[in-house]
Design a binder for this molecule. Structure first.
Ligand SMILES: Cc1ncc(COP(=O)(O)O)c(C=O)c1O
Length: 486
């Protein structure tokens, strides 16, 4: 029997609706009188429940109109600055990001964690744990020798077939043989880069870009050439074209056209098409990281750049993806469709880590083949939409004037530009001591251009505790922001 007071049960009911995106910022709550009728509770219970949600920063009371899901002052906030697309490119550099990431990891391990705003996953409750457990049990029952037989890298595994089918949604025409399952997207990116570039070569990347990619470049002895990238529309294809004219050792371009990490940008389809054509003309491999592409707000999926590539072994786009953000953060599953480099990629993966375990693949294949997967994805997208909105509203409400941010149409990352001159590293250092984890902008570039940015994740449901953490973070930002001249 539920022993919670009635008003807490009622507030929990509506908290869940707000956190899952069923009730969106700006929408009206049922009136207090309607709550008494709908839930057969007393007036004081209904009022108490609304007060609880108000205290948690989820509702606001408007005089004579009732309660509304809180929409704060995001209308007042500007999107992050656009890059200077005409700026002279930095020289292609050997990446020196390991020290910054090591510092981040060491501090994250040292200080007790209260609120994680640095993760790139949803919280465990947002994924289908029970259904995956049942699928794993069924797979073991059906294939009793699964755990005691050595797996091989066969493309006729059921997962390859499902991935090929699901890839149709993003506009790609792949067969099961075009696909190689990897240990997460990180392995896909590793083998893709090793397949097309040698130490000393240059790789064009977005600026800023995913720090994991910069770490791979550093570990492979590759140089990064940072290309201006818009927080709204992604990589500047024009700037890349110019880079091809001025740099002669570019062997690969790595892009995240859909819901870029950390920017959240999406390249318009005509730009994706231009990019594919440009790389094809230049005979430079295009490595596409589509880790977050399926996490858009809309049911109509975004197109992958690979949708414009030549089919099968003629393709110049190496498509890399992950199942860890969409379906199962606990399973190290990703995949790659490497076009003309597929055979070499396969050999490198074989050398590096051999085949992925069969159990994880069978489990996920069964779930992804069913309509339960579509329902899960629809729920996840809706929930993330609500969480992005709530987090952005809270940042807008708490952070000091001069903060800029835009809310992407998908995924779980907000790229927040702090008032100019604020050291995001100093903010990170102070926040982590209070148990609040965020990612400082300096991890996403070789340059110092993003030293006053924070990447804030909204993968976990918004709550009073998250709101409180953002208030504290905002106070730290305000302490670190330069004082305006008197
Ligand atoms: C853009 C991007 N690519 C690749 C990865 C790594 O993916 P995985 O965890 O599947 O190895 C991440 C993880 O955060 C990411 O954000």
């Amino acid at each position: 029997m539920d022993t919670q007071p009635l008003y807490l049960r009622l507030s929990g009911h509506y908290r869940q609706a707000i956190q899952s995106g069923v009730l969106l910022p700006g929408q009206r709550m049922p009136s207090v009188r309607a709550l008494t009728r709908l839930h057969r509770v007393s007036l004081s219970t209904a009022v108490e429940a609304c007060h609880t949600l108000e205290d948690e920063g989820l509702l606001e009371a408007r005089p004579r109109s009732g309660y509304f899901v809180l929409r704060r002052r995001r209308v007042d906030i500007q999107p992050p600055s656009e890059p200077d697309a005409g700026r002279k490119l930095d020289p292609a550099q050997y990446v020196g990001i390991h020290d910054r990431v090591s510092d981040f990891v060491a501090k994250c391990e040292f200080y007790p964690l209260l609120t994680n705003l640095a993760g790139t996953y949803g919280s465990p409750e947002m994924y289908p744990a029970e259904a995956l457990k049942n699928a794993a049990t069924r797979a073991l029952r059906k294939h009793s020798q699964l755990l005691v037989s050595a797996p091989d890298m066969r493309s006729d595994s059921p997962l390859n077939a499902v991935l090929a089918r699901r890839a149709l949604d993003a506009g790609m025409r792949l067969s099961a043989e075009d696909i190689l399952v990897t240990h997460g997207c990180i392995e896909a990116l590793n083998v893709a880069l090793r397949a097309v570039a040698q130490p000393g070569d240059t790789v064009a990347v977005e600026s800023p870009t995913y720090h994991g990619l910069l770490q791979i470049l550093e570990s492979l002895g590759l140089r990064a050439l940072e290309i201006p990238t818009s927080p709204q529309t992604g990589l500047s294809v024009e700037a890349l074209e110019l880079a091809f004219r001025t740099h002669d050792r570019i062997r690969a371009v790595v892009v995240m056209p859909n819901f870029h990490n950390p920017l959240g940008s999406v390249m318009p389809d005509p730009e994706k098409e231009k990019l594919v054509a440009l790389c094809e003309r230049q005979q430079v491999a295009l490595i596409e990281d589509d880790t977050y592409g399926a996490l858009g707000r809309d049911d109509i999926p975004l197109k992958a750049a690979k949708a414009w590539d030549k089919p099968g072994n003629d393709g110049n786009v190496i498509y890399c993806a992950s199942l860890r953000k969409t379906l199962a953060p606990g399973l190290r599953l990703g995949w790659v469709a490497g076009g003309r480099w597929q055979a070499r990629i396969q050999m490198l993966k074989y050398t590096q880590s051999r085949a992925n375990e069969a159990l994880a693949q069978f489990t996920v294949a069964e779930f992804m083949a069913s309509s339960a997967y579509d329902r899960h994805m629809a729920r996840l997208r809706r929930q993330l939409t609500g969480q992005r909105e709530q987090m952005a509203e809270a940042i807008a409400a708490h952070f000091p004037a001069g903060t800029r941010l835009s809310v992407p149409g998908g995924s779980m990352l907000l790229w927040v530009e702090l008032p100019p001159g604020t050291s995001a590293q100093a903010v990170f250092d102070a926040a982590i001591q209070q148990g609040i984890r965020v990612a400082p902008g300096s991890m996403f570039s070789n340059s110092s251009r993003f030293d006053h940015f924070l990447r804030i994740s909204c993968g976990f449901p918004f709550s009073g505790a998250v709101d409180e953490a953002l208030r504290k973070l905002a106070a730290i930002v305000a302490q670190n922001a330069p004082r305006p001249a008197a």
